[in-house]
Design a protein around this ligand. Structure first.
Ligand SMILES: [Zn+2]
Length: 217
């Protein structure tokens, strides 16, 4: 009888351990970087301020990841820049980089909006830096595929960029999602609507599953 008791206790211990591993597997952090903010509005087109759109999309994205059980951090949660005194772009960027690199995050998604001199251009596009992390390309392609499939607003493909400060300095997997063009009137209207921001958030989430599914490390 004592033997049975020991075996059952052992099985319960092993089972609880396995359950705790599974539960922990969902506790990986993700960090979202809403581009610009505060004294740095980013692009402003017809009264639409990029930094505000970035934050709105980032907040929707945070909700989606949290709904799926992930822990989410943001480099900013309000309309502020990250500088203490005078605004210096490099200082703002360095503070973002430091926050992203110092946490235990699986990856970072930086949210931006695009502009171009010709208003006919539209569509979401993902930037990454192939050299900085072996998963960057896969994450970028996953999200671009998802944006093409669910948003149906683009036929664009990912762009490998080695001259973007954030992509060069961050050491975890990171992509920049340019959600669309503020200079395209039709797309700008979509980008400020909460329904479209939700669609964007779900598209980015589903696109990032390729990395989340293998993140049991
Ligand atoms: Zn931007």
């Amino acid at each position: 009888m004592k033997k049975v008791y020991i075996i059952v206790s052992l099985l319960i211990c092993v089972f609880s351990f396995l359950i705790s591993i599974r539960a922990d597997s969902k506790k990986f952090g993700i960090i979202i970087d809403p581009g610009h903010g505060g004294r740095d509005g980013g692009a402003t087109v017809n009264g639409i301020v990029e930094a505000e759109v970035n934050l709105a999309v980032a907040e929707e994205l945070k909700k989606v990841y949290e709904e799926k059980g992930y822990i989410v951090d943001m480099t900013r949660t309000e309309n502020v820049d990250l500088c203490e005194n005078t605004f210096v772009k490099r200082e703002d960027m360095n503070r973002r980089v430091k926050k992203i690199n110092s946490g235990n995050y699986v990856f970072c998604i930086s949210i931006h909006q695009n502009t171009y001199s010709d208003s006919k251009y539209k569509g979401a596009q993902v930037f990454y830096n192939e050299k900085n992390h072996s998963l960057n390309k896969e994450l970028a392609e996953g999200v671009q595929f998802s944006l093409r499939t669910y948003l149906k607003n683009t036929t664009r493909t990912v762009v490998n960029r080695n001259n973007i400060y954030l992509l060069n300095k961050v050491t975890i997997p990171i992509i920049i999602v340019e959600c669309g063009f503020l200079t395209n009137v039709e797309e700008a209207h979509q980008l400020i609507s909460s329904d479209y921001q939700k669609k964007l958030a779900y598209s980015i989430y589903y696109g990032s599953r390729c990395i989340l599914d293998k993140s049991l490390f």
